[in-house]
Design a protein around this ligand. Structure first.
Ligand SMILES: C[S@@+](CC[C@H](N)C(=O)[O-])C[C@H]1O[C@@H](n2cnc3c(N)ncnc32)[C@H](O)[C@@H]1O
Length: 263
């Protein structure tokens, strides 16, 4: 069904791979002969990567599929929130895998949106495990809450409404600590969130920090004019790379996922 008939805007490309694939497809359409054939071959190589990775990855649960569909068809209006913010199947499965592998019991999420990554991690927790999810937007938090309600794993998630910096201070003051933290809120806040995690006792020993969008649509290296998010991520990546307190690796998964541990 078309956008006009369904009223649902198709997701736009927001990762280096999907942006490159779209641009290559457009380029291929403009080229003839050998150059056109070569451009189509490269477009097929790049454009087929994400679907192939998704097809080879364990499928998402029915609850996650329903949450993603609800996010896709929600009417987002002209505010700052949009369906493209949702992390999705492969990244959700990656986070769940990391929860399993680290045997995390207490997970902190900074930036919940409609709750996809929170629920993906909650599904991977052992009995008694918890996800504390920070979100500043009351309406989207309510949407997430109603999506969590029917699922058993959803009961493991507690939502903290408000600016994440304030919530992190409150959690630290209450003596809380976490085995795994997923940072995925405002990009300009990333440096402060990391600093708070490293200095206020919020990290359990051997805690893993996962940080989303650290490739920010390729802006840090592609020569494209950087948005404020791109500039914030480039500065964050530089600071992390030179921070002797941490070890890190940037995984080129979706829009970039950096794994960080305190050393
Ligand atoms: C990219 S979305 C999170 C996506 C989510 N982790 C997922 O996988 O579906 C970022 C979210 O962070 C929230 N946010 C932005 N600034 C925030 C802040 N200062 N404190 C808490 N949440 C914030 C936004 O309202 C938005 O819902």
């Amino acid at each position: 069904m078309s956008f006009a008939r369904s009223g649902v805007r198709p997701a736009r490309p927001v990762t280096p791979v999907t942006i490159a694939a779209e641009r290559l497809h457009r380029l291929a359409e403009r080229l003839d002969g050998d150059a056109g054939a070569e451009a189509r071959a490269v477009a097929a190589l790049i454009g087929g990567l994400d679907p192939y990775v998704a097809a080879c990855t364990t499928p998402e649960s029915a609850a996650l599929r329903a949450l993603a569909e609800r996010t896709r068809t929600h009417s987002w209006g002209s505010g700052p929130l949009e369906q493209e913010m949702l992390s999705g199947h492969v990244e959700g499965r990656t986070l769940a895998f990391l929860v399993h592998a680290t045997r995390a019991r207490r997970v902190l999420e900074i930036g919940m949106f409609t709750g996809y990554s929170a629920l993906a991690m909650a599904e991977a927790l052992p009995t008694g495990g918890t996800v504390t999810a920070c979100e500043i937007d009351a309406d989207v938090a309510e949407l997430a809450r109603s999506s969590f309600a029917p699922s058993e794993a959803g009961a493991r998630i507690s939502i903290r409404l408000g600016p994440a910096t304030q919530t992190l201070h409150e959690l630290a003051d209450a003596g809380e600590s976490f085995d795994l933290v997923f940072i995925d809120a405002d990009k300009g806040g990333y440096a402060d969130y990391l600093e708070l995690l490293l200095t206020t006792g919020l990290l359990a020993s051997d805690a893993l920090i996962c940080v989303d969008n650290t490739l920010m649509q390729g802006e840090p290296w592609s020569g494209a004019e950087a948005s404020s998010n791109g500039a914030a991520i480039a500065a964050f990546n530089r600071a992390v790379a030179h921070d002797p307190r941490v070890e890190q690796v940037v995984l080129p998964l979706r829009d970039g996922l950096t794994l960080i541990r305190q050393v």
